[in-house]
Write a protein of this length. Sequence first.
Length: 98
Amino acid sequence: MALRWARSQPGRLSNINVDCFIAGFKAALDMIAFQFGEFLIDEGNYYVNEYASKRINACGYSGIPLTPAHSEEFESADEFGHLPIEAGKLYMDKKLLI
């Protein structure tokens, strides 16, 4: 979008501006790729460690009694949480996209 805007402005688009834009974009992309593994691990830890307690509190506040379906939901959340943790560890070990 920035390049499209600069092209429409007379005298705004130069090789230096384009090079700066590309360098900034690459730096941001590198940082996002570097932190993606940590993001996956953090999200997985949420489902493993915090999801069940927050759902239990939410049910308690709203007056909904816990049922066996809730237990299945918590077990599924725990299983689901381990998937991004493993993916994040593999991502960081293999240094994908970095």
